[in-house]
Design a protein around this ligand. Structure first.
Ligand code: OAD
Length: 244
Protein backbone atom coordinates (compact mmCIF):
# COMPACT_ATOMS: atom_id res chain seq x y z
CA UNK A 1 0.00 0.00 0.00
CA UNK A 2 1.21 3.51 -0.85
CA UNK A 3 1.64 5.52 2.36
CA UNK A 4 1.85 9.33 2.77
CA UNK A 5 5.56 8.79 3.47
CA UNK A 6 5.96 7.08 0.06
CA UNK A 7 4.22 10.02 -1.63
CA UNK A 8 6.43 12.42 0.29
CA UNK A 9 9.50 10.50 -0.87
CA UNK A 10 8.32 10.69 -4.49
CA UNK A 11 7.60 14.42 -4.34
CA UNK A 12 10.91 14.98 -2.64
CA UNK A 13 12.91 13.07 -5.20
CA UNK A 14 11.19 14.84 -8.11
CA UNK A 15 11.51 18.31 -6.62
CA UNK A 16 14.21 20.62 -7.97
CA UNK A 17 13.05 23.77 -6.24
CA UNK A 18 12.03 23.14 -2.67
CA UNK A 19 10.99 25.97 -0.36
CA UNK A 20 10.51 25.21 3.33
CA UNK A 21 8.56 27.19 5.89
CA UNK A 22 9.54 26.36 9.47
CA UNK A 23 7.92 27.06 12.82
CA UNK A 24 8.70 26.48 16.47
CA UNK A 25 8.11 22.72 16.10
CA UNK A 26 11.46 22.24 14.35
CA UNK A 27 13.27 23.46 17.47
CA UNK A 28 11.43 21.63 20.25
CA UNK A 29 13.92 18.74 20.02
CA UNK A 30 16.64 21.32 20.71
CA UNK A 31 14.87 22.01 24.03
CA UNK A 32 13.18 25.25 22.96
CA UNK A 33 9.46 25.19 23.74
CA UNK A 34 6.99 26.02 20.98
CA UNK A 35 4.13 28.44 21.63
CA UNK A 36 0.80 26.66 21.36
CA UNK A 37 1.44 23.06 22.47
CA UNK A 38 0.46 21.89 25.95
CA UNK A 39 4.10 22.42 26.96
CA UNK A 40 4.44 25.63 24.97
CA UNK A 41 5.27 29.19 26.03
CA UNK A 42 1.59 30.19 26.12
CA UNK A 43 0.83 27.35 28.54
CA UNK A 44 2.73 29.21 31.29
CA UNK A 45 0.48 30.97 33.73
CA UNK A 46 -0.10 34.59 32.78
CA UNK A 47 1.70 34.29 29.43
CA UNK A 48 -0.20 34.89 26.23
CA UNK A 49 0.19 36.66 22.87
CA UNK A 50 -0.28 40.01 24.62
CA UNK A 51 3.20 39.70 26.17
CA UNK A 52 4.58 39.62 22.61
CA UNK A 53 2.60 42.67 21.48
CA UNK A 54 4.67 45.77 20.74
CA UNK A 55 2.41 48.11 22.72
CA UNK A 56 2.67 45.89 25.77
CA UNK A 57 6.44 45.72 25.34
CA UNK A 58 6.70 49.53 25.19
CA UNK A 59 4.60 49.87 28.33
CA UNK A 60 6.12 47.04 30.29
CA UNK A 61 9.47 45.76 28.99
CA UNK A 62 10.15 44.34 32.50
CA UNK A 63 7.23 41.91 32.14
CA UNK A 64 8.51 40.74 28.76
CA UNK A 65 12.13 40.22 29.84
CA UNK A 66 11.07 38.40 33.01
CA UNK A 67 9.43 35.70 30.90
CA UNK A 68 11.91 35.92 28.04
CA UNK A 69 15.04 35.58 30.24
CA UNK A 70 14.78 31.83 30.95
CA UNK A 71 13.72 31.21 27.34
CA UNK A 72 16.70 33.17 26.11
CA UNK A 73 19.06 31.05 28.22
CA UNK A 74 17.73 27.94 26.50
CA UNK A 75 17.95 29.51 23.03
CA UNK A 76 21.52 30.68 23.64
CA UNK A 77 22.87 27.21 24.23
CA UNK A 78 20.56 25.29 21.89
CA UNK A 79 22.06 23.27 19.05
CA UNK A 80 20.54 22.51 15.63
CA UNK A 81 18.30 19.46 15.40
CA UNK A 82 18.25 16.74 12.76
CA UNK A 83 15.76 18.87 10.80
CA UNK A 84 18.05 21.91 10.76
CA UNK A 85 20.96 19.74 9.61
CA UNK A 86 18.82 17.99 7.03
CA UNK A 87 17.77 21.34 5.51
CA UNK A 88 21.37 22.55 5.41
CA UNK A 89 22.31 19.36 3.51
CA UNK A 90 19.42 19.84 1.06
CA UNK A 91 20.68 23.36 0.36
CA UNK A 92 24.20 22.02 -0.23
CA UNK A 93 22.78 19.51 -2.71
CA UNK A 94 21.08 22.37 -4.55
CA UNK A 95 17.58 21.01 -3.93
CA UNK A 96 16.44 23.48 -1.29
CA UNK A 97 16.22 27.09 -2.49
CA UNK A 98 14.93 29.02 0.52
CA UNK A 99 14.02 28.52 4.16
CA UNK A 100 11.38 30.89 5.47
CA UNK A 101 11.38 30.66 9.25
CA UNK A 102 9.16 32.14 11.91
CA UNK A 103 11.76 31.18 14.50
CA UNK A 104 13.99 33.75 16.15
CA UNK A 105 16.34 31.12 17.60
CA UNK A 106 18.93 31.37 14.80
CA UNK A 107 19.27 27.57 14.57
CA UNK A 108 19.12 27.51 10.76
CA UNK A 109 22.13 29.85 10.80
CA UNK A 110 23.89 27.73 13.41
CA UNK A 111 23.33 24.70 11.18
CA UNK A 112 25.04 26.59 8.32
CA UNK A 113 22.06 27.27 6.03
CA UNK A 114 22.59 30.46 4.05
CA UNK A 115 19.37 31.29 2.23
CA UNK A 116 17.17 31.88 5.25
CA UNK A 117 14.44 34.49 5.52
CA UNK A 118 13.90 35.17 9.23
CA UNK A 119 10.48 36.64 8.82
CA UNK A 120 9.98 37.27 12.57
CA UNK A 121 13.51 38.59 12.98
CA UNK A 122 16.41 37.32 15.09
CA UNK A 123 18.42 37.87 18.26
CA UNK A 124 21.72 38.94 16.71
CA UNK A 125 20.76 42.61 16.84
CA UNK A 126 19.29 44.76 19.61
CA UNK A 127 17.65 48.12 18.89
CA UNK A 128 17.23 51.11 21.20
CA UNK A 129 13.60 52.24 21.25
CA UNK A 130 14.63 55.82 22.06
CA UNK A 131 17.67 56.81 19.98
CA UNK A 132 17.46 54.03 17.33
CA UNK A 133 21.03 52.97 18.01
CA UNK A 134 21.61 49.28 17.29
CA UNK A 135 23.89 46.80 19.01
CA UNK A 136 25.23 43.44 17.94
CA UNK A 137 25.03 40.52 20.29
CA UNK A 138 27.36 41.79 23.00
CA UNK A 139 28.16 39.79 26.16
CA UNK A 140 26.62 42.39 28.50
CA UNK A 141 23.35 42.21 26.57
CA UNK A 142 23.37 38.42 26.70
CA UNK A 143 24.02 38.45 30.45
CA UNK A 144 21.36 41.06 31.24
CA UNK A 145 18.71 39.32 29.16
CA UNK A 146 19.63 35.91 30.60
CA UNK A 147 18.99 37.32 34.10
CA UNK A 148 15.51 38.37 32.96
CA UNK A 149 16.40 42.07 33.21
CA UNK A 150 15.86 44.91 30.75
CA UNK A 151 18.98 45.75 28.69
CA UNK A 152 19.38 49.50 28.16
CA UNK A 153 21.24 51.65 25.63
CA UNK A 154 24.68 52.72 26.85
CA UNK A 155 24.20 56.03 25.01
CA UNK A 156 20.74 57.22 26.12
CA UNK A 157 19.54 54.57 28.63
CA UNK A 158 16.58 53.75 26.37
CA UNK A 159 15.11 50.25 26.41
CA UNK A 160 16.70 47.75 24.03
CA UNK A 161 14.38 45.56 22.00
CA UNK A 162 15.54 42.39 20.30
CA UNK A 163 15.42 42.69 16.51
CA UNK A 164 12.33 40.49 16.39
CA UNK A 165 8.81 41.08 15.19
CA UNK A 166 6.24 41.60 17.91
CA UNK A 167 2.52 41.40 17.27
CA UNK A 168 1.49 44.78 15.89
CA UNK A 169 4.70 45.14 13.83
CA UNK A 170 5.48 44.41 10.18
CA UNK A 171 7.17 41.12 9.41
CA UNK A 172 10.58 41.17 7.69
CA UNK A 173 11.24 40.03 4.12
CA UNK A 174 7.64 39.25 3.22
CA UNK A 175 8.05 40.22 -0.46
CA UNK A 176 11.09 37.98 -0.83
CA UNK A 177 9.29 35.14 0.94
CA UNK A 178 6.30 35.43 -1.41
CA UNK A 179 8.59 35.37 -4.44
CA UNK A 180 10.40 32.29 -3.12
CA UNK A 181 7.10 30.45 -2.64
CA UNK A 182 5.94 31.43 -6.15
CA UNK A 183 9.02 29.86 -7.74
CA UNK A 184 8.91 26.61 -5.74
CA UNK A 185 7.84 23.27 -7.18
CA UNK A 186 7.39 21.92 -3.65
CA UNK A 187 6.41 23.92 -0.57
CA UNK A 188 6.89 22.16 2.77
CA UNK A 189 5.72 23.45 6.13
CA UNK A 190 7.56 21.92 9.08
CA UNK A 191 6.51 22.30 12.71
CA UNK A 192 4.08 25.19 12.57
CA UNK A 193 0.49 25.50 13.79
CA UNK A 194 -0.11 27.79 10.77
CA UNK A 195 -2.38 30.12 12.69
CA UNK A 196 -0.24 33.27 12.59
CA UNK A 197 -0.48 35.51 9.52
CA UNK A 198 1.00 36.56 7.18
CA UNK A 199 3.14 33.39 7.26
CA UNK A 200 0.09 31.11 7.30
CA UNK A 201 -0.95 32.77 4.03
CA UNK A 202 2.36 32.11 2.25
CA UNK A 203 1.56 28.58 0.94
CA UNK A 204 -1.37 30.20 -0.88
CA UNK A 205 1.12 31.93 -3.20
CA UNK A 206 2.48 28.64 -4.57
CA UNK A 207 2.29 27.88 -8.29
CA UNK A 208 -0.77 25.87 -9.35
CA UNK A 209 1.53 22.99 -10.34
CA UNK A 210 3.52 23.06 -7.12
CA UNK A 211 2.98 20.48 -4.41
CA UNK A 212 2.26 21.34 -0.80
CA UNK A 213 3.32 19.22 2.19
CA UNK A 214 2.72 19.72 5.91
CA UNK A 215 4.71 17.81 8.56
CA UNK A 216 3.46 18.71 12.02
CA UNK A 217 2.60 16.94 15.26
CA UNK A 218 -0.92 18.33 15.37
CA UNK A 219 -3.51 19.19 12.71
CA UNK A 220 -3.37 22.67 11.16
CA UNK A 221 -6.06 24.78 9.47
CA UNK A 222 -4.34 24.19 6.08
CA UNK A 223 -4.23 20.37 6.25
CA UNK A 224 -7.16 20.05 3.80
CA UNK A 225 -5.27 22.02 1.13
CA UNK A 226 -2.07 19.96 1.31
CA UNK A 227 -1.11 17.10 -1.02
CA UNK A 228 0.59 15.26 1.84
CA UNK A 229 0.03 15.72 5.56
CA UNK A 230 1.91 13.68 8.14
CA UNK A 231 1.21 14.20 11.82
CA UNK A 232 4.28 13.27 13.80
CA UNK A 233 7.71 14.33 14.92
CA UNK A 234 9.41 16.18 12.09
CA UNK A 235 12.90 14.82 12.92
CA UNK A 236 11.59 11.26 12.83
CA UNK A 237 9.69 11.76 9.56
CA UNK A 238 12.71 13.30 7.82
CA UNK A 239 14.98 10.59 9.19
CA UNK A 240 12.76 8.03 7.51
CA UNK A 241 13.40 9.76 4.18
CA UNK A 242 16.99 8.70 4.76
CA UNK A 243 18.86 11.52 3.06
CA UNK A 244 21.47 12.36 5.69
P1 OAD B 1 3.24 27.09 17.38
O1 OAD B 1 3.60 26.79 18.80
O2 OAD B 1 1.98 27.84 17.15
O3 OAD B 1 3.15 25.74 16.57
C1 OAD B 1 4.17 24.79 16.64
C2 OAD B 1 3.62 23.50 16.08
O4 OAD B 1 4.69 22.57 16.03
C3 OAD B 1 2.52 22.89 16.92
O5 OAD B 1 1.37 22.65 16.12
C4 OAD B 1 3.13 21.57 17.44
O6 OAD B 1 2.19 20.52 17.42
C5 OAD B 1 4.20 21.32 16.43
N1 OAD B 1 5.37 20.58 16.96
C6 OAD B 1 6.01 20.72 18.13
N2 OAD B 1 7.09 19.91 18.20
C7 OAD B 1 7.12 19.23 17.03
C8 OAD B 1 7.98 18.24 16.49
N3 OAD B 1 9.03 17.77 17.18
N4 OAD B 1 7.70 17.75 15.26
C9 OAD B 1 6.63 18.20 14.55
N5 OAD B 1 5.79 19.15 15.02
C10 OAD B 1 6.03 19.67 16.23
O7 OAD B 1 4.51 27.80 16.72
P2 OAD B 1 4.57 28.61 15.33
O8 OAD B 1 3.60 28.05 14.35
O9 OAD B 1 5.99 28.68 14.96
O10 OAD B 1 5.26 34.81 16.71
O11 OAD B 1 4.06 30.00 15.83
C11 OAD B 1 4.03 31.10 14.96
C12 OAD B 1 4.27 32.36 15.69
O12 OAD B 1 3.39 32.47 16.82
C13 OAD B 1 5.64 32.50 16.33
O13 OAD B 1 6.63 32.85 15.40
C14 OAD B 1 5.42 33.55 17.36
C15 OAD B 1 4.14 33.02 17.95
O14 OAD B 1 3.34 33.91 18.61
C16 OAD B 1 5.43 35.97 17.39
O15 OAD B 1 5.72 36.00 18.56
C17 OAD B 1 5.23 37.20 16.56
Amino acid sequence: MYTPLDTLMDLFQKSRSLVVITGAGVSTKAGIPDFRSQTGVYAQEGVNENLFHIEHFRQSPEAFYKVFGPLYQVIRSAQPTYTHRFLKRMEELGRLKTIITQNIDGLHHKAGSSNVIEIHGHLRQWDCLSCRNSYGLEPWIEETVSRGEVPTCSGCQGVLKPHVVFFGEYVMGLEKAMQAVQTADLVMVLGSSLVVYPVAGLPGYRDENAYFVILNKEPTPLDDEADVVIHGDVDEILQRLGFL
